[in-house]
Design a binder for this molecule. Sequence first.
Ligand code: GDP
Ligand code: MG
Length: 177
Amino acid sequence: YGDASQKIDYVFKVVLIGDSAVGKSQILSRFARNEFSLDSKATIGVEFQTRTLVIDHKSVKAQIWDTAGQERYRAVTSAYYRGAVGAMLVYDITKRQTFDHIPRWLEELRSHADKNIVIILIGNKTDLEDQRAVPTEDAKEFAEKEGLFFLETSALEATNVETAFLTVLTEIFNIVN
Ligand code: GDP
Ligand code: MG
């Protein structure tokens, strides 16, 4: 993981949004520290975590912002979105409602963020396949219609978390280069 001594070529701010308890904080914890907790607190009190990685021989510091319990509709402030070049829109594949709220989050994101923001839709908790309430195909179709990247992840099993961040960061990298 990040080497603090290296020079930084880019800093990319990426925001995590989506309903409460879908796994945003655990996805971030998995990406930033390779840690996962099953009894994570609703609020971790930290605004963002960073991890530095190398893309195309350049060092990119990913600054990932996590909502600290502001998941109620309209409670996320515009300061949260300010300067964001990427967004991860997260729902829980076992909770249909969290997917049904995605259009709202997208609308909120599009009204606050830069119009060129790179967005990925993420269906988290694929380790709970036996409790699945959102078919992959529904989400894929929605993502295609809205022009979003799409992946299903498990923060618990570390499935696709790295790929999800790399997808967003590489796309941002390609846009600025
Ligand atoms: P947030 O409110 O969106 O930040 O959600 P959290 O990251 O706090 O996670 C809410 C709950 O879901 C916690 O009990 C986590 O341990 C659990 N959780 C998060 N990701 C996963 C996952 O991929 N699989 C499973 N089974 N549980 C998860
Ligand atoms: Mg959280």
